[in-house]
Write a protein that binds this ligand. Structure first.
Ligand SMILES: [Fe+2]
Length: 263
């Protein structure tokens, strides 16, 4: 089995092992991920445990010219422009979610191919909002129950839009988009998946999405400070978010350029 650099620097080959809790956690996630690997380029979708079927790259860093990412981005960027005309806040939010998700994915040791799918999914996680009627999408207040049911359709719509792309990686990205509002305890939507049934990419997008959504002012809430956001995320950990991924996130957000403007 090929191993990623995180494993090489992390555990079995290094008698000293990781030197701090953060490194141990990242190495543990990488091992958990690797134990489910066997063959094939992509398996970051579906109901299986962590990425079963995918392989780790010798180089977890994103390659500058990733052909799958580049092709998908080329054919989907027009969609983000279209969404930007309907909802400029969502487009800007998606760009920041992409940056945060990429940082977290790299720290978790995802392969180059997996990072490509993660980046596309993060960029277009809310692309389904194109299909949400204006009275809901642009409502300057909190939704009532019926409106929430309409808004919740965006993850399925987004998956359908991405899946319609006849490009390598599109089906996997579609599944990540479909599940970016699933919760770790199974209380999310649209499929009520729990734990490792949710792909690691969907779990990463969920954390990045939640963080950035709280960091900016919306018509129905003020921008929260970094401290306030982290307190809420900690409260939601285990229910909404993956505890192991949250611990890695805590290790990167303090020095991230996507950290909330308000301390
Ligand atoms: Fe969403």
């Amino acid at each position: 089995m090929r191993v990623c650099r995180l494993l090489r620097v992390g555990l079995d080959d290094d008698p000293a092992g990781p030197t701090d809790d953060g490194a141990k956690l990242v190495a543990a996630i990488a091992i958990c991920h690797a134990k489910h690997c066997s063959s094939g380029r992509f398996a970051i979708m579906g109901r299986s445990p962590l990425n079963r079927g995918s392989t780790f790259s010798e180089k977890p860093e994103m390659e500058a010219e990733d052909p799958i990412y580049n092709a998908l981005y080329k054919y989907t960027k027009a969609l983000s422009v279209a969404l930007g005309y309907r909802d400029s806040l969502t487009r800007l939010h998606s760009e920041r979610v992409l940056g945060l998700a990429e940082e977290l994915g790299m720290k978790c040791g995802l392969s180059s191919n997996e990072l490509g799918i993660l980046k596309i999914s993060a960029s277009f996680h809310d692309i389904g909002k194109i299909g949400i009627p204006d009275p809901v999408l642009r409502k300057p207040a909190q939704f009532d129950e019926a409106e929430w049911e309409v808004m919740k359709q965006h993850s399925d719509m987004g998956a359908q839009i991405m899946a319609a792309m006849d490009l390598e990686g599109a089906q996997q990205a579609a599944q990540v988009i479909r599940h970016h509002h699933e919760c770790f305890d199974g209380s999310g939507y649209p499929d009520g998946l729990a734990g490792d049934q949710i792909s690691i990419c969907s779990r990463i997008v969920a954390i990045a999405d939640s963080y950035d959504a709280m960091a900016v002012t919306r018509s129905y809430h003020r921008a929260r400070t970094h401290v306030e956001i982290m307190a809420i995320l900690h409260e939601e950990t285990g229910a909404k978010h993956d505890p192991a991924l949250m611990r890695v996130f805590c290790g990167i957000i303090e020095s991230s350029k996507y950290k909330a403007a308000k301390a």
